[in-house]
Ligand binder design. Sequence first.
Ligand code: IDP
Ligand code: MG
Length: 152
Amino acid sequence: MEQTLMIIKPDAVQRRLIGRIISRLEDKGLRLAALRLLWVDRPLAEELYSVHAQKPFYEPLVEFITRGPILAMVIAGPGAIGIVRKLMGATFGTEAEPGSIRGDFAMSTRYNVVHGSDSPESAEREIGLFFAPEEIIDYELDLCRWTDTSKG
Ligand code: IDP
Ligand code: MG
């Protein structure tokens, strides 16, 4: 089953949005496979955002993601990577569509509430930064025969 890394960023933890964001994932039919509340240190932040190391927003981004605790999650489901990106909305809160998580909860370019892996390669790499394989729980939601018809 496809898996993706999603992060509830420090702004959303501080704004006590964790429950409402997780509700959206559950409402959609996605499955929670692992959850971890942690305070990211600088080396981990640099790993997570290594692709952005040369960008002008890199330093403030590292400062932001290390500013308070985050919730790291492995989210599973058929097409989970793309579905989570759609639920998140466009990168900038200023541009994200109403109805998306960022569209409804963010109006900043940097403080945009959530992170989600953008490809299968990113998902594999990013999940490995936060979770050991045995921490990712494989189970079936009984109701998936009503939400997931991908098996025919
Ligand atoms: P994504 O989170 O939608 O995948 P990325 O381009 O991977 O967007 O950027 C990573 C994070 O860096 C964004 O979520 C946002 O917090 C921050 N960021 C991206 N571009 C800018 C910018 O132009 N100004 C300020 N922050 C930015
Ligand atoms: Mg990204």
